[in-house]
Design a protein around this ligand. Structure first.
Ligand code: SF4
Ligand code: SF4
Length: 296
């Protein structure tokens, strides 16, 4: 029987509006971009796309198709052992579509492509290069898979000219086997982040943790310490939301004060930027990094 904790009021969001939001939305109809913002019905779309006062407009797009070779228990992306091959024209076409779209900060993310020898890393790199060629002023973040821990693949992405390298640890070590696909390992994810920082110390690195899956405060603290130890610069914490009844249940709706506590912890531990709140997602208002002076 499907039991659901009732949604607390702090998770409800009003309908997005605003001039920049409407502009990006109407232009998107003529562009072949798959935004996570729209497709995942992200509640932050008004704030991220709105841009304007205080932050740069941010959007997240998906490359490498809509079918993942993995199956994490929190994620509603469809799964297959052999997804269709990547579209070789996607990097160029994506760059052209973004060029005059109006976003200042673009997050490129993808499904996991364990079927490809390079994990899709060259496709990421080409997409970054094409975007920078078409519009050098757009800031680019890659939110990457773990590439099965393949350091060559990580190098390919981090040397592409991107501004921020992100890989999500997702949850605490103890819950990782229960929450993420069995090929995703907590220590492997830390290793990917560590390798990126060791290779390019000036590159901004970033990771995210979902809360509400049954983790303890001590375990969250340990995860933040582990991320710090891996040289991660920016961390985000948000509430896990169950996408369908076949996915992991929400164990707890973490309160606003508890999220605020983690934001303070992040500052105390010395992260350059910590975003923590019920609706915070990995890319939440990421354009703020720019104005915060983290990406120069
Ligand atoms: Fe898009 Fe990420 Fe912002 Fe959501 S948080 S609207 S997915 S950029
Ligand atoms: Fe979803 Fe990423 Fe897990 Fe694939 S690897 S199922 S896209 S969270």
């Amino acid at each position: 029987e499907f039991e659901r904790l009732s949604l607390p009021p702090w998770l409800k969001r009003s309908i997005p509006q605003g001039e920049n939001f409407s502009k990006l939305k109407s232009q998107l109809r003529t562009k072949k971009l798959h935004t996570v913002c729209e497709e995942a019905r992200c509640p932050n779309i008004g704030e991220c796309w709105g841009g304007g006062e205080g932050h740069t407009a941010t959007a997240t797009i998906m490359v490498l198709g809509d079918t993942c070779t993995r199956g994490c228990r929190f994620c509603s992306i469809k799964t297959s052992k052999a997804p269709p091959p990547p579209d070789p024209d996607e990097p160029y076409n994506t760059a052209q579509a973004i060029k005059d779209w109006g976003v200042g900060y673009i997050v490129i993310t993808s499904v996991d492509r364990d079927d490809l020898p390079d994990g899709g890393s060259n496709h990421f790199a080409q997409t970054v290069m094409e975007i920078k060629k078409a519009n050098p002023s757009i800031l680019v973040e890659c939110l990457c898979p773990d590439f099965a821990g393949d350091k060559t693949a990580v190098d390919t992405v981090i040397k592409s000219g991107l501004d921020v390298f992100a890989h999500n640890i997702e949850t605490v070590e103890e819950l990782t086997p229960h929450v993420r696909d069995h090929r995703a390992k907590y220590r492997q994810s830390l290793g990917v982040l560590r390798h990126a920082k060791d290779t390019l110390p000036d590159l901004v690195t970033k990771s995210s943790i979902m809360l509400g899956l049954g983790e303890t405060d001590d375990q969250v603290m340990q995860t933040m310490l582990d991320l710090k130890e891996a040289g991660v610069d920016c961390v985000t914490l948000g509430q896990y939301m169950q996408p369908t009844k076949r996915h992991l249940k929400v164990v707890e709706y973490v309160t606003v004060p508890a999220f605020e506590k983690w934001a303070r912890v992040g500052d105390e531990l010395g992260f350059k930027y910590t975003a923590s709140g019920p609706l915070v997602r990995s890319s939440y208002r990421a354009g703020e990094f720019f104005l915060a002076g983290i990406v120069k």
